[in-house]
Write a protein that binds this ligand. Structure first.
Ligand code: GYE
Length: 335
């Protein structure tokens, strides 16, 4: 799946060797920095200490993403992974990043919960000469020297694919649509909304309401309940992730309507529960967002520590599924 991983295949061995040498040098300085006081986690000299600040555990996608990172950045693969969960709070992420700076880790990686407000802490990392890699979500900053690379999907494209399919299927029927947005201010929320709006723009599909469900099943359900009380003519739901779509299914069924028929549902992600609902006809279309970012992160981290050039933007490849495609893909689905 990971084209980037394949592309860099040959160079990786050499990069790993260089990385080992470099880290060996830098770790000699660790004790005077106060580090972790010679505790058990004092890394072997060829190990890359990587501090990762995760958004939270809000969705099936996030669980798969965390697993991919933890399964890839292992001791056997040359990493000492320090992992923290920010529970969808920016202040927790900033705190975690500051603590990684204090610990003088070799690399900091994080998935920024929202796009703005990162410059100060990223400047602190830069001043401490600790490289930063963004995974999954982008930051909105004028200064792109504050991070080495951004690995993740093209969220505008995902929203556009969802909207293009809606237009292809439903244009001409005067559909009224509602939107369940992801976390306010998060890159995938902003971009998916934009992509979908652009795609339906010349059609007769009308977006009548849009609210955040914070990427969770519970809030997706609550927001959908509110929409169903407010409007009796909803034809289509665009949910920025599967979990909110699954919450919407519960709300629609509780209101005595049939999800996938009376009210069509389009989501983004392609996690197992979402794909199952699609195969069962309760969701109509899913644009995939690949959460398996661990291998690309490992590769880029090794290169960065080795002082090699890395691509500033690495776009992961996503597919899209209708009911038949979901049925075919489900048996081999990894997440
Ligand atoms: O779509 C959603 C998760 O940032 C791409 O975050 C990620 C999104 C994903 O909570 O399910």
């Amino acid at each position: 799946m990971s084209t980037n991983f394949r592309r860099a295949g040959a160079a990786l061995f050499a990069a790993t060797l260089t990385a080992a040498t470099l880290v060996a040098c830098s770790s000699e300085q660790a004790p005077q920095g106060g580090g972790d006081g010679g505790g058990e986690s004092a890394a072997a000299s060829d190990t890359i200490v990587l501090g990762f600040s995760q958004v939270g555990a809000e969705s099936g996608w996030r669980a798969a993403n965390t697993k991919s990172i933890q399964d890839t950045l292992t001791t056997e693969n040359g990493f000492d992974l320090k992992f923290s969960d920010a529970q969808q709070k920016q202040e927790n992420q900033i705190q975690a990043i500051r603590s990684y700076i204090q610990q003088q880790v070799d690399v900091i990686a994080f998935s920024p919960v929202v796009e703005t407000g990162w410059d100060a802490v990223l400047e602190e990392a830069k001043a401490a000469e600790i490289p930063v890699i963004l995974t999954d979500r982008a930051v909105d900053s004028e200064d792109d020297t504050l991070y080495e690379s951004f690995i993740g999907s093209d969220f505008v494209e995902e929203g556009k694919r969802a909207g293009d399919w809606a237009v292809e299927q439903y244009d001409g029927e005067g559909y009224k649509a509602v939107e369940l947005q992801g976390t306010t201010g998060a890159a995938p929320m902003i971009d998916r909304q934009q992509g979908f709006a652009d795609a339906i723009a010349g059609s007769d599909i009308e977006m009548i309401d849009s609210q955040t469900g914070n990427f969770t099943r519970t809030e997706g359900k609550q927001v959908m309940e509110g929409f169903l009380q407010k409007y009796d003519d909803i034809d289509l739901v665009f949910a920025h992730n599967d979990d909110m779509g699954l919450g919407a299914i519960e709300a629609i069924e509780a209101a005595g309507k049939v999800p996938g028929k009376d009210i069509k549902i389009i989501t983004v992600d392609g996690v197992k529960d979402g794909m199952q609902a699609l195969a069962d006809g309760k969701i109509n279309y899913i644009v995939e967002c690949n959460p398996l970012l661990g291998p690309d992160l490992a590769e880029i981290a090794k290169k960065v520590v080795a002082g090699e050039e890395v691509e500033k933007r690495i776009v992961t490849q996503d597919e899209a599924f209708d009911q038949e495609a979901a049925k075919a893909a489900l048996p081999d689905r990894q997440y």
